[in-house]
Structure formats: structure tokens, C-alpha cells
Write a protein of this length. Sequence first.
Length: 404
Amino acid sequence: MTTYPKNFLLDIPKTDLHLHLDGSLRLSTLIDLAKENKITLPSTTEEGLNELVFKKNYESLDEYLKGFGYTCSVMQNKEALERIAYELAYDNCREGVRYIEVRFAPQLLMDEKKRLEDIIIAVDRGLQRAKKEINSNLREDEPPFEYGLIICAMRFFNENFSKYYAWFSQIHRYSSKIDKIKLASIELANGIVKIANESDAQIVGFDVAGSEYGNPAENHKKSYDIIHNHFIHKTIHAGEAYGSESIFQAITRLHTERIGHGLFLFDENMIFSDKIRDKKRYIEELANYIAERRITIEVCLTSNLQTVPSIKRISDHSFGKMLEQQLSVTLCTDNRLVSHTTVTNEIELATQNFNIPPKTLKNIIIYGFKRSFFYHPYVKKREYVRKVIDYYEKIEKKYGINQE
């Protein structure tokens, strides 16, 4: 294993392409907003919340997800959304993260007072304000801070998820559960296209999140077609609780350019279709397809360790096989608060447990920038990535990191 100084990992420019807004609040802000809005939390101290809700380790995915009920409860007005987004930008900037894509599901936050555009623009306003402040204080040789917004549809919902979903379920009371899911996703896709065209909000992508098993991404094909036909980028949570079939569907049916998690890509036991008789070959061909087309996998090590009981130690994670297959991968936090992590921590965890020499580390970091859904034109993106590479190489020289 190659050991890297912690300060080197802090100083290099980094990305976070898989970053949930509602899982990445500051704990102090959660407490402040709860008090302000008279919301009862299990504890009013950071220590108490870390003990009762936001733990170091979780017994199950259900326990992991419990914290989102509390975070979403304080995200119910535009001022709170702007504050949370603003602080998130600064939290990333302080550890050398220069580019983030913040994802969230607006339909979990919509009500009679907040339309889709109100929520998206409030989050964008917070990030934009932070971006201007951050970039005004950078040296000329430093890559500026940038961001994009990824809007999530839900694989599954019921009337208890939010006021909007309660209203939507009531309006469509005669539709089946699956039809409701499809309709809500289509409505969201159409809204995103309209807001992207009519505002300056830096919308860059579309995602589908939530319980993967039993809720195939195929249900969202029409919404992904709408997004695809309007040149908006696409990523999908896939292979997190299901296997390579889910990843294959995301790529071939929904045009996805990146995969969120992709944890079970190589697991034959997670293939359930009787039509796939040679599971080993199926996985090999899919992995090769992903590698050749540089479909990037958004790897979230800590989050997977916390939510997947079968991963007993980090070395069991499929990230090692991804590296062996030379897939395009980028290291992400998933949820900074819920998983108690940072991008630097994720990189440190990876380098301490997998064979990642300097050249490989540089590739992983630069993949994050190259495979980002950069908001500005491609020519600007190339200029930005070039500046990132130049700055990265300066940091390497500063710490005596040798690529050879």
C-alpha cells in the first residue's frame, strides 16, 4: 500500500459527485433549525444525536435511513435550504474539494407554499453565493470552486413521504402504485426541463434514488427519455441493493452516464434472472462494457460499510475489483453527516486498504473532474480540468509524490 500524508490528501483538488443534500447538514445547523421551527429531536446536543441517530455504525439500512426523517423535517422552508446549501459548499471547500454535485429529491420537500422551482432555486442560491465568496479569495493558480445540481426522483413513495406525495397519491387514487411512481417521475422530469430552460439554476443531472430492490429503474424510463431528449445528464443509484442486472438496465434502457454505488457489479449471487445462465460471463461482459465506455462508478466506501452487513471489512468491497478492471471510478461521501465522513476520509480509507499508487490516485481524482456533469460548455470544462491537473501536479511536487 502507498501511504500519503494527510495534508497532501487535504491539499489536492477533489470532487464529490455523489453527495446528498439531506444527508450532509451540519449537525449544529440541524439543531438550530429544529429549535427555530419547534421540531422535536431525540436530543438537543450534538453528542446526544450522534449517540442516538447519526452513529458510527448502523445495524441496518433502515436504521441508517432513520436520520433523514429528522434532516428533511428542518428543510421545509427556502431560507433553511439556502443556508444548508451555502454551508455545504464551505464544508467541502475547507478540505480542498473544488467541485461538487449536490443531489436531492424536491418532491420530498414540496407543499402548498413551495413549488418545485422554489426549492431548486433556493438550493442553487445558497451554492451560488458560497461559490462567489470562495472564488474571490483564491489564488490565480487555484482551480475555482464549481457545482451542479442533480435532481432525484424516488423509486418508491407513499402518502407518508411528504405533503406533496400525500396530495399526489390522493389525486391519483385510482392509479396503481407503479403508475403513481411513473407519473410523479414524469412530472418531475418535465419540471426540471422547464426550470433548466427558464432559470440560471445550475441543474446538471437527473437521478433516481430510494429502495432499489423490488423497484426497478425501468419504471422511470419515460422520465429518463424526457431528460435525455433535452440534453440533461443522467446518473442512477444501481447495484447498491441489487446486482449487475440493475446496472445493465440503467445503462441500456435509461441512458445513464454514471452509476451510483455499483457495489454488487461483480456478485453472481445478486443475479436473479433465470434467463442469465452464465452469470460469470454476463458480469465479465458488463464490466468490460462499462470500462470501454468509461461509465464512471460513484463509489461510497463508508456508506456501503454502514448499510451492507455482508461487507465485514473494507477489503471485501468490490472497489478492489473495479481497480483491477481499470474501471473509471470516483470516491464520494454519499452523506457527510449520516456517514460521518468527508471526501478526504474516503480517499484515505481507499489508499490505506487498496493498492493505489500515485498514478492511480491521480487518475481517480481527475476522473471525478472529467466525468462530472459540468454546467458550463465543454470548452470551459476542458480549461477547468487542465487547471485542476496543473494544480494537482504542483501539490505532488510540494509533497515529493513521485508518479514513477
